[in-house]
Design a protein around this ligand. Sequence first.
Ligand SMILES: NC(=O)c1ccc[n+]([C@@H]2O[C@H](COP(=O)([O-])OP(=O)(O)OC[C@H]3O[C@@H](n4cnc5c(N)ncnc54)[C@H](O)[C@@H]3O)[C@@H](O)[C@H]2O)c1
Ligand SMILES: O=C(O)C[C@H](O)C(=O)O
Ligand SMILES: [Mg+2]
Length: 604
Amino acid sequence: MWKLAHATRILRQSRRFSAAIPGPCIVHKRGTDILHDPWFNKDTAFPVTERDRLGLRGLLPPRVISFEQQYDRFMDSYRSLEHNTKGEREGIVALAKWRILNRLHDRNETLYYRVLIDNIKEFAPIIYTPTVGLVCQNYGGLFRRPRGMYFSAKDKGEMMSMIYNWPSPQVDMIVLTDGSRILGLGDLGVQGIGIPIGKLDMYVAAAGINPQRILPVMLDVGTNNQKLLEDKLYLGLRQPRLEGDEYLSIVDEFMEAAHARWPKAVIQFEDFQMKWAFETLERYRKRFCTFNDDIQGTAGVALAGLFGAVRAQGLPLKDFVKQKIVVVGAGSAGIGVLNMAKQAVSRMLGSEYSEENNQFWLLDKDGLITKDRKNIDPAAAPFARGFGPGEVEGLGEGASLLEVIRKVKPHVLLGLSGVGGVFDEQVLKAMQESDSSRPAIFAMSNPTKNAECTAVDAFKHAGENIVFASGSPFQNVALGNGKMGFVNQANNMYLFPGIGLGALLSGARLISDGMLQAAAECLASYITDGDIQKGILFPSISSIRHITTQVGAAVIRAAIAEELAEGHGDVDHKELMHMSEEEIIEYVKRNMWYPVYSPLVHEK
Ligand SMILES: NC(=O)c1ccc[n+]([C@@H]2O[C@H](COP(=O)([O-])OP(=O)(O)OC[C@H]3O[C@@H](n4cnc5c(N)ncnc54)[C@H](O)[C@@H]3O)[C@@H](O)[C@H]2O)c1
Ligand SMILES: O=C(O)C[C@H](O)C(=O)O
Ligand SMILES: [Mg+2]
């Protein structure tokens, strides 16, 4: 049985690789309905025979243009836009670039995703962080066409039928937000839909998820943003956010509806305010194939960066347990990072691990969190200082960041506070006294204005030997004498596409800590010692497809090892279990969608 399945797969594989012509795509529409559907539209590239078959003759100018010509034409207009907006304000230019890309997205997805994949380093900052933040803030004014689905508090009781309004029969990846904590920009209500759209664009570009199988979702339960409630152009519910059980009943209903229609879809929670981020993760993670990107994706990326910071000091990885790490921001992201780092320490130390071994200092808006904190958040409690060895004299409850840095002399300073500039000149200068031979500064908050410090300031004040990473992209910093301060982008985009892809292709029932750990370790080991010495902790985003393939495969292997993998499509769990590492990589690759014009075949 296994041999037969294996032989069929090899045959399928060799056919796929030898065939230069893409397989046909079934379409149930004709004529202008096709031209107005971005999934199928090829604009002027429809060949004459296809124009005949699909009732397009006469609906397009006669000349047929090739995909390559369309591609060049788009890139030419993009370059002229760049040229014509030289000297304009940064935000205006970024929005103009987003508009031209968005128009293409609305019209022709094949061309859109091809230009995105080929130019990911240049376009990611437009369709994703940081520009996507600006897009969300200006959503009412920018709105032209809807994208994704909107479920509001007014739809209670209707979601099970509403979910069938989505035109695609199959959905593999859903990214869901309630808009309550959009990047570091706070509660943006319904305008937060831009984030699931941007994340799913990354899924298509990095993980090769077919764009017909993605679904961005907004759960609109109101907003507490007074400015939006008063804004004439605000498109969401004009009411305060639902709370408590009322809130949860909306999320429950959506989860049940999505699961009923697409039981195998992976659901990513994104940009939920902290209390709901943790609560929904616990509520759903054992019942659905779901994860919270801000808690779990971020943690994996940060952990890979922290491992890199150990290697950058020329130390063996096991010395991670001795690193003193200051985390600024005790929200979903900061606590997520600490939980994963703590798990890593416990794994490394094995029986020598003790809960009292606290190498972390955690600060929030009220300063250092200690056991004396009143009404301490239970999620932060395990990291509160003051109950073990290694306490530093004179650091009491609420101590300022500067005091903490001066007294602790940490190896790593990591910001997930959402507050721009909290790593000010004094704080950065204090990092020069760090006990590390190569201190690490991670200003991970987004978008750019909310970064805890800029790359230039970090190298200027903390010293040229630091390793630096930020959540939003910054340029490398010229340090003089031909030297360059390398800027890493520590963003969960390095992991969430691979986590989602691996979960999907393994057919895992749920996403376990082991699968997430495998993703983080895969990313950490991606970088060579040579690169680490140069201060490079994360690979270039230009290789995001390759990275995601590796991460996806690592996640699948972990799912198989934990007996969570149930298989995907015509590959069942037994076949998965018998695959070698190379075969798993090949399996991932051949399931990744790549944008080419497929011949369209009409079926009633
Ligand atoms: N780089 C990435 O991949 C990545 C991933 C997730 C989140 N983030 C960013 O991290 C930030 C926080 O996200 P979150 O989900 O944890 O938010 P959150 O609202 O849950 O938490 C923010 C935390 O920061 C603390 N804080 C606020 N002001 C502070 C100050 N002046 N000093 C110290 N702490 C302060 C708050 O008390 C809170 O504990 C956002 O900007 C988000 O964009 C980045
Ligand atoms: O969206 C990003 O760029 C990363 C992260 O998910 C965030 O919320 O900031
Ligand atoms: Mg996020």
